[in-house]
Write a protein that binds this ligand. Structure first.
Ligand code: 13P
Ligand code: SF4
Length: 302
């Protein structure tokens, strides 16, 4: 009888498929994926993959971005119920209202947004390139959507821009509190604090390093320290421990888990590859407009 891993390997060959996964999905899913990375790496990999089918282990905006950038490929979601709540925390009406209020404005959307929001934005960013991209924009005013926390972080790095904030947030990062981080640091005074910029500003203020999931992994791997307090989703622990078995990673809150990312299972992967279910389909016109903001991100970040 075939194991689930043998089945996935066979189906990948038969269907000419590559598996891309985010660092927040369950450990066993990361372990069998062809590429695991942060949102920017995954959107780049999606454009470089020679395979005809991309199976995404992540949330909907990741699969949508892959489809927008590769309209002729088949994009499958391992679980099509896995969605990022923050991606829905801004409306088209709000974008129109701000466009009508400010001159010399760029609407900058975090990649954690729906395809429709991307189609109304000027440029897309991820946490690993947001500072670089906002710095490169000629416009003075920046309406940053949907994440208020990431917007506040970028504003500290690009102080000459006029930021208009929105009230979206990631429920997992936003509930990481400075009290929990300080309590953890008191118990582990030599630990360095590594923070994702989706965390609130009073947590970012405590950081020894702030960056994307890949940035956090790189920092912890290269640093000579042996203890790290990790302020992001706990799935990142898998790669951190793989790369640094001798180091200690501490998570300050009891619950740093994204339930949507955890929906994905090995069984989902095998079923989706076998049936071809959970295909990403988007309106052609919308894709064309949304492609502009993603392509601009790739052009500047290059
Ligand atoms: P990055 O992996 O790009 O840092 O993004 C974090 C995230 O919240 C993805 O949903
Ligand atoms: Fe969205 Fe937060 Fe989950 Fe990332 S961790 S997918 S931002 S809810």
């Amino acid at each position: 009888m075939q194991t689930i891993l043998e089945k996935i390997t066979q189906l990948k060959k038969e269907k000419d498929a590559v598996i891309l996964a985010h660092y927040y999905v369950p450990d066993d899913v990361q372990a069998i994926s062809d590429f695991v990375g942060d949102s920017y790496f995954l959107s780049k990999k999606a454009t470089e993959a020679p395979q005809q089918t991309i199976l995404f282990c992540g949330v909907s905006f990741m699969g949508e971005s892959a489809k927008i950038l590769n309209p002729d490929k088949t994009i499958l979601m391992a679980d099509d119920k896995a969605d990022c709540p923050m991606a829905h925390m801004v409306s088209i009406e709000k974008i129109k209202e701000i466009r009508n209020t400010y001159d010399d404005l760029a609407v900058v959307c975090y990649i954690n947004s729906t395809a429709e929001i991307k189609s109304y934005s000027d440029v897309c960013v991820t946490s690993s390139n947001a500072v670089e991209i906002v710095t490169a924009l000629p416009q003075k005013s920046i309406f940053f959507i949907p994440d208020k926390n990431l917007a506040h972080y970028i504003a500290t790095q690009v102080p000459d821009k006029n930021f208009i904030y929105h009230d979206g947030y990631c429920p997992i990062h936003d509930r990481i509190s400075p009290e929990a981080v300080v309590a953890c640091k008191e118990k582990h005074p030599n630990a360095k604090i590594l923070v994702h910029p989706e965390c609130p500003p009073n947590v970012v203020a405590l950081a020894d390093y702030t960056g994307s999931t890949s940035g956090i992994i790189d920092f912890a791997t290269k640093d000579r320290g042996t203890e790290f307090i990790i302020c992001t989703e706990e799935g990142i622990g898998y790669e951190l421990r793989q790369k640094n078995p001798q180091k200690t990673f501490l998570f300050p809150e009891k619950n740093q888990t994204c339930q949507d990312m955890k929906l994905i299972t090995l069984e989902d992967i095998a079923n989706t590859l076998e049936t071809g279910n959970n295909q990403v389909h988007l309106d052609e016109e919308m894709m064309k407009k949304a492609r502009h903001s993603l392509a601009k991100m790739h052009e500047i970040a290059k």
